[in-house]
Design a protein around this ligand. Structure first.
Ligand code: GLN
Length: 236
């Protein structure tokens, strides 16, 4: 959306990609909610010069494009800070850590313990993600063939296909895997230690906004809001 400036306050259009619980999802009332939604709101509230406008809910692999072309001003989508993305956009300081988990059907006999055990199995991940990168690396090292890779617009669809038996595993961020385990008939079979950190994405050279968000992040850590939100969304 447009970046509107009135009386020294800049309205930011935030963007996310729902279907990634508990970071961003659409609840039973049809509202976009989640840890990222609440955290970014709290962070922006701490800033002097910015306020949040209404959210754009996009496909994850469209968020960087949307930042680039000005349709959104901040991406809050459990986005891993990595060198590839850092070439195109900038990130705030990290606000959450994750690794990758391999989900399989609950009650099934397939229980891979490592990447080799995924040999010749159809697996799935969401387009444009670090989980998809892991899936691609299994093709590169010959563990699976490219015809065994399945790419979805979001992880809810991937987990549905797993539950249906169309694929045998889904590779997804650990905190999201745990949420699916709690709500769907799937289990974590093993994890891949990737040491990822999430940041909010902003356009390159938006250094005023980047610093304001970093200060806001520090403020919500200091005042206990960050701890309250982790308690609300991740307490099991
Ligand atoms: N953290 C992962 C990534 O950045 C997945 C993010 C997502 O699917 N929303 O690619």
């Amino acid at each position: 959306g447009d970046t509107t400036t009135t009386a020294d306050v800049t309205t930011l259009t935030p963007g996310t990609a729902s279907g990634f619980p508990p970071f961003e999802y659409v609840n039973e009332s049809g509202d976009l909610v989640g840890f990222d939604v609440d955290l970014l709101s709290a962070v922006v509230e701490q800033t002097d010069g910015y306020e949040l406008g209404s959210w754009e809910d996009l496909a994850f692999d469209q968020l960087i494009v949307a930042l680039d072309n000005g349709n959104i001003d901040v991406a809050a989508a459990a986005m891993t800070i990595n060198p590839d993305r850092d070439e195109t956009i900038d990130f705030t300081d990290p606000y959450y850590d994750a690794n990758q988990a391999v989900l399989v059907r609950e009650g099934g006999s397939f229980r891979p313990e490592n990447k080799e055990d995924l040999a010749d199995r159809p697996i799935g991940a969401q387009a444009g993600t670090t989980g998809k990168d892991q899936m691609d690396s299994l093709v590169e090292d010959g563990t699976i063939s490219s015809s065994q890779t399945n790419t979805y617009e979001n992880y809810v669809l991937a987990v549905q296909d797993l539950a249906n038996g169309n694929i045998d595993a889904v590779i997804v961020d650990t905190p999201v895997a745990e949420t699916f385990v709690a709500n769907r008939n799937v289990v974590v079979s093993f994890t891949i230690e990737t040491g990822e950190q999430y940041g909010f994405g902003v356009r390159e050279n938006a250094s005023d906004l980047q610093s304001a968000l970093n200060e806001g992040l520090q403020a919500v850590r200091d005042d206990g809001t960050y701890a309250d939100l982790t308690e609300q969304y991740f307490a099991s």
